[in-house]
Design a protein around this ligand. Structure first.
Ligand code: HEC
Ligand code: HEC
Ligand code: HEC
Ligand code: HEC
Ligand code: HEC
Length: 538
């Protein structure tokens, strides 16, 4: 056996040596450090008015800091690998690329596949690889992404490039500012990383490397059949008006209106301080992290997670959408109204992970306050009343232009299908969207959209489904004697739709039972109101 190993080493050494002439003993330098090396100086940042804008603790309570602890992600990786056992290694590699990006990148440059389950449970973390896996999308991940390839297709689906040769102590972390020598040395000696000026960190293309995700579609034997544009908010944004005016950072890392020091050690006033809040739409998962913090190995402070969830809900209520009722009429026999929803976000609403959905709850109440009509009500288990997809997993609710019964509900969502056209929530089964009526952002021209971001299903031919919104008509019969009526329209939002949680149970595993258990126990808190409007009509 020894001769074989010696023989193999003779074969491999020259290759390694060519890539890494400086250090034959240790062919790859340590590329990443955990956030623990950064927090000491980038925390305790409080504005004059007392607002805590600490980079470290803001990031620590964000979804990205939890990307590997996320029990939904863990359950979902388990489901995909069980459904395609012959492709298990490739799927773990694929799913770790953004959710455990630092360990996976280390494996990638060593010519190996990334693994997921080897690093679970998150606590106790095993070795350097375990610590890096636990740290999720961390400081030294984002800040070491180089300009190479950014914005090109090669950079998508975690195709970012990180320096794999420079040793720790000399490695650059990129930021927007010029840092003087004294401050550079302070950070370098404490964290073994060197702050370096680079404008590309302020560009949307940095975010696009992970937020443009094509998943491989596989057949029953693990063979690749095609690909699905699973999450492409960057491409949606590129086709909108915002591409010239607002970057991902400008909405998701809002700037302070006052100058602020960026380090608590040797800080100095800096303009354009960007907050690391990364507020998106997921207010639900932080609640799960908080409630099941022990089992999930969560280290963010309880009050910080509660605040993150609360502020995400505020973000949704103030910045995501508006809704308006118009032409509300009661003819005596029929009550009619038009509801218009407008998307205020920089991409489709909802966007990104296809379990997200928004829908209209339209209610009419009589003079006594009793509901006489409701479309889009929510059940305590997280399902939507009248949504055929929540009742039958192989069917789905079409896009509507006119609603006349409580059995119909307008849901803005992406529904995926496998190569045979069957409805599925399996990321690796799915090859295309058969319904995509997610509300279009301002400036998004429906006709010229690339196939990967096209509107799918009936919304495509709905003339008033256009940027930046949709109008839908309601016509219902009411008993005229029960008026005056209160007509109310709300746009509701749920990050993890009922079907998406329930279908995981097609496979049986501990991670799946655990997550579905969490979902069931907190389903009543799984949704929120984005916007509402109401009218009284006689
Ligand atoms: C290219 C980067 C990338 C890859 C590769 C990737 N993801 Fe994700 N994933 C994301 C991003 C970004 C989000 C969050 C988007 C959002 O919030 O809507 C996400 C969200 C999720 C969520 C929802 C989590 C929640 O709390 O709601 C699940 C589940 C998930 N991913 C599963 C997977 C699985 C399974 C794989 C492998 C097949 C995978 N991901 C591969 C980037 C990636
Ligand atoms: C998801 C990617 C991402 C992660 C994770 C991240 N940053 Fe940043 N950071 C950025 C971007 C982008 C900017 C520049 C924002 C701009 O100017 O538009 C930035 C800016 C900064 C700045 C300059 C001051 C400021 O806020 O504008 C510092 C310092 C910094 N980051 C430190 C950190 C530390 C420390 C961590 C970990 C606790 C961290 N970052 C995590 C993306 C990230
Ligand atoms: C000993 C304190 C200290 C530690 C530890 C530290 N930094 Fe810094 N960092 C600084 C100082 C000081 C500055 C410069 C402040 C200034 O110029 O206003 C800075 C600046 C930065 C910048 C802005 C660079 C630019 O050019 O815009 C980033 C990004 C950054 N740090 C990230 C990190 C990351 C990532 C880590 C962990 C790997 C880290 N820092 C660890 C003190 C520290
Ligand atoms: C004009 C402001 C704006 C811009 C620009 C913007 N976003 Fe958003 N984004 C929002 C709002 C508001 C939400 C919450 C509503 C929603 O989910 O769409 C959001 C939600 C998200 C979510 C979470 C979706 C979910 O519900 O799970 C992700 C991921 C995201 N944005 C990524 C990006 C990326 C990547 C870019 C740049 C290509 C970007 N955003 C540009 C405003 C913006
Ligand atoms: C290394 C990959 C990576 C990079 C780079 C990255 N993200 Fe993320 N991002 C993720 C993953 C993975 C998640 C989902 C975590 C989860 O849900 O488990 C996520 C989640 C988010 C969310 C939360 C969405 C929600 O549902 O609330 C926002 C907002 C976001 N990212 C914004 C950004 C912005 C802005 C940038 C660029 C400055 C960026 N991201 C860069 C991987 C990345």
């Amino acid at each position: 056996m020894t001769w074989l190993i010696t023989f193999l080493s003779i074969l491999t050494i020259p290759v390694v040596a060519a890539a890494q002439p400086a250090d034959k003993q240790n062919p790859r330098p340590q590329m990443f450090v955990t956030s623990g090396s950064c927090l000491a100086c980038h925390n305790n940042l409080v504005t004059d008015s007392g607002q805590d804008v600490s980079i470290g603790s803001n990031w620590q309570s964000s979804m990205m800091a939890h990307s590997s602890r996320d029990p939904y992600w863990q359950a979902s990786v388990r489901r995909e690998t069980m459904a395609h056992p012959s492709a298990e290694k490739s799927i773990q590699d694929e799913c770790s690329a953004c959710h455990m990006p630092m360990t996976r990148y280390r494996s990638k440059v060593q010519g190996q596949k990334g693994s997921v389950f080897a690093h679970l449970p998150i606590l106790p973390a095993r070795g350097q690889a375990g610590l890096l896996a636990a740290d999720g999308v961390s400081c030294s991940m984002c800040h070491q992404i180089q300009e190479d390839k950014l914005g090109t297709e090669d950079s998508f689906t975690a195709g970012f490039v990180v320096d794999s040769t420079t040793p720790l102590g000399k490695r650059s972390v990129f930021g927007p500012y010029d840092v003087d020598q004294g401050r550079t040395r302070i950070m370098q000696s404490a964290s073994r990383m060197v702050p370096s000026t680079a404008a590309h960190v302020q560009d949307s293309t940095l975010c696009a490397s992970c937020h443009t995700l094509y998943t491989h579609t596989r057949g029953p034997d693990g063979e690749v059949l095609g690909q699905l544009p699973e999450q492409v908010p960057y491409l949606e944004w590129k086709h909108s008006e915002y591409q010239d005016s607002k970057s991902c950072q400008s909405c998701h890392m809002p700037q302070l209106q006052q100058s602020m020091h960026i380090s608590s050690v040797m800080g100095q006033p800096r303009e354009d301080f960007s907050r690391h809040v990364f507020r998106g739409g997921n207010f639900f998962m932080p609640k799960i992290f908080n409630r099941f913090r022990q089992e999930l190995g969560v280290s963010a402070l309880s009050q910080d997670l509660a605040l993150a969830s609360q502020q995400t809900e505020n973000h949704l209520k103030t910045s995501a959408a508006s809704i308006e009722l118009a032409r509300v009429q009661n003819t005596g026999k029929m009550m009619a109204a038009e509801v218009t929803v407008i998307n205020l976000a920089g991409h489709k609403l909802p966007t990104a992970y296809p379990s997200r959905r928004a829908w209209i709850r339209f209610t009419v109440s009589d003079a006594a306050g009793q509901v006489v009509f409701e479309s889009g009500g929510l059940n305590p288990d997280g399902s939507i009343q009248g949504n055929v997809n929540d009742e039958h997993k192989d069917r789905f609710e079409r896009h509507h232009t006119l609603i006349t019964s409580p059995e119909q509900v307008q849901i803005y969502e992406a529904i995926m299908a496998d190569p045979e056209g069957n409805v599925t929530t399996g990321l690796i089964q799915a090859i295309r969207f058969i319904k995509d009526n997610r509300i279009l952002p301002k400036g998004f021209d429906k006709a010229s959209a690339h196939p990967d971001i096209q509107v799918q299903g009936r919304a495509e031919s709905d003339p008033d489904f256009t940027e930046p919104g949709d109008t839908i008509r309601y016509e219902i019969t009411v008993d005229p004697d029960r008026g005056p009526f209160n007509v109310q329209a709300e746009l509701l939002y749920q990050p993890i739709a009922f079907r998406w949680a329930k279908n995981l149970m097609e496979q049986q595993a501990a991670e799946i039972t655990r997550f579905v258990g969490y979902y069931d126990s907190m389903a009543a808190q799984s949704w929120t109101v984005l916007a509402k409007d109401s009218r009284v009509v006689r």
